[in-house]
Design a protein around this ligand. Structure first.
Ligand SMILES: [Zn+2]
Length: 467
């Protein structure tokens, strides 16, 4: 029977009476065999080395590499039978790079920081915008306008000061990808553009790193692990040809329910933890698909490696030397950056109007006719028009413009003065396309507004929200 006295007689330094090596033989931890058995135990468990290490922190001994603070902080992992000490030790010595500190990267970074990943890399070239905050929960109102990577660092450091955090305040490009990814055990792709997705996947194949990839747009999410296991495919194996740019939805255009990337990012953290700790079945050769509105998860089986894959196939063309030269922008036909699209230059600037000049024309039309004429054509999607629009602007989304030319004719028939037909969109790209269509249809005085409603808000009416 265990007593306080027996506890005192246990081998000095052992944390648990039950672990005393003399207990089973002597019953009360005393007697002639005690020191012989103890000596054998010390030798077999390398006790003296571990005791020396432990002595730095205190008087106890333990058979692991975690210090007091780590044991206390991660105790719920350590107590978990299906996870435990060895898994936590592996986690604490692992390193993970998160590319993109946005909707996916926010929860992923927080959970990986919290669970004790040894080194966490945070990469993002962008700054925090107010429109990010509904889903990018690692950032705060106070940090709007500051670097996302630094904002992420502050949040993770505040959560767990025991881990190392490296910040990469730059966009991942082909010439730096291998050197940065090579510093980590694995990568989380939390970006949302095609060039970066291909680059990260290729760099992970070339450097031999697993890639935890997720996406979230609208109310849908998906998740898989690339380049993992014997014949696990890479991103190129599944998508050897990039999708057409017009088929790539971005949150900034298509919208996203904030909690969806939160869920998918947390699942990315889970896969990273499984890879680092060696626990569980990693989600490779399978894709998890999430439908938020129905609350359903579905797992789709994926193909194995593709023999002809340029990255991981039998005769790859991408390598340590060739990858830095690969032109991902040309390959995908898209810019390697998240956020707003690059401004188009389809119409010479001299044939376009700045928002302030357009406002002057509108004011003059009002003065001349006593009422604003129907001379503003808003070609944004209806939902954007409903959120806010210029007074008396008429909404014909650009996708419908060709079929609705008779309506344009009808509107212009009411025009009494010589005011031009002003065309506006969200940022000044679609409006140029619309003007080209209108001019083709014979409306040669059609002119678009540079920077669209976004620039109008900045230059003319700051009370107008920027989408
Ligand atoms: Zn491949």
């Amino acid at each position: 029977m265990r007593t306080t006295d027996k506890r005192k007689n246990c081998v000095p330094g052992l944390l648990h009476y039950e672990a005393c090596p003399t207990r089973d033989f002597t019953g009360d931890c005393t007697g002639a065999y005690k020191w012989l058995i103890t000596a054998i135990y010390f030798w077999r468990t390398n006790f003296f080395v571990k005791s020396k290490q432990a002595a730095k922190a205190g008087t106890y001994a333990a058979e692991h590499s975690l210090n007091k603070h780590q044991v206390e902080r991660y105790s719920r992992h350590l107590l978990l039978n299906s996870f435990g000490l060895t898994a936590q030790e592996k986690l604490c010595s692992s390193s993970v790079l998160i590319v993109g500190c946005g909707g996916l990267g926010s929860p992923a970074a927080l959970y990986l920081a919290a669970c004790g990943v040894g080194t966490l890399g945070l990469m993002d070239h962008d700054s925090v915008d107010a429109s990010n905050l509904h889903r990018q929960v690692i950032h705060t109102e106070e940090r709007v306008g500051t670097s996302k990577a630094q904002s992420g660092r502050k949040a993770c450091e505040a959560l767990n000061s025991l881990i190392k955090i490296r910040v990469h305040e730059e966009a991942l490009s082909a010439n730096i990808a291998l050197s940065i990814i090579g510093q980590y055990d694995m990568v989380l792709d939390c970006s949302d553009n095609a060039p970066t997705r291909y680059l990260i996947s290729d760099a992970c194949v070339v450097t031999g790193k697993p890639l935890v990839s997720a996406a979230a747009v609208g109310t849908d999410g998906q998740l898989t692990v690339y380049n993992y296991g014997e014949d696990g495919p890479c991103y190129r194996c599944l998508f050897p040809k990039p999708p057409a740019p017009e088929n790539c939805s971005r949150c900034s255009d298509a919208g996203v329910l904030g909690v969806v990337p939160g869920i998918m990012g947390a699942l990315q953290a889970l896969e990273a933890i499984k890879i680092a700790s060696g626990k569980g079945d990693v989600l490779n050769k399978r894709m998890l698909v999430f439908d938020a509105l129905s609350g359903k998860f579905m797992t789709v089986k994926l193909r194995s490696k593709r023999a002809g894959c340029a990255a991981c196939g039998e005769h790859p063309t991408l390598s340590m030397s060739s990858l830095p030269e690969f032109d991902y922008k040309a390959f995908t036909g898209q810019e390697a950056q998240d956020g707003p699209p690059v401004p188009l230059q389809l119409i010479p600037s001299s044939e376009r109007l700045l928002p302030r000049d357009a406002k002057t024309i509108l004011d003059q039309a009002l003065k001349d006719s006593g009422a604003i004429e129907p001379i503003v054509l808003d070609v944004r999607p209806r939902i954007q028009y409903q959120l806010m629009h210029l007074p008396h602007a008429v909404n014909i989304p650009i996708e419908e413009l060709e079929n609705r030319m008779p309506e344009v004719k009808e509107l212009l028939s009411n025009r009494s003065g010589s005011s031009p037909l002003l065309v506006i969109c969200r940022r000044g790209n679609a409006s140029q396309l619309a003007v080209q269509q209108l001019r083709m249809a014979g409306y040669i005085d059609a002119v678009d507004i540079i920077g669209g409603m976004t620039q109008w808000s900045r230059d003319v009416d700051s009370s107008m929200p920027i989408l």
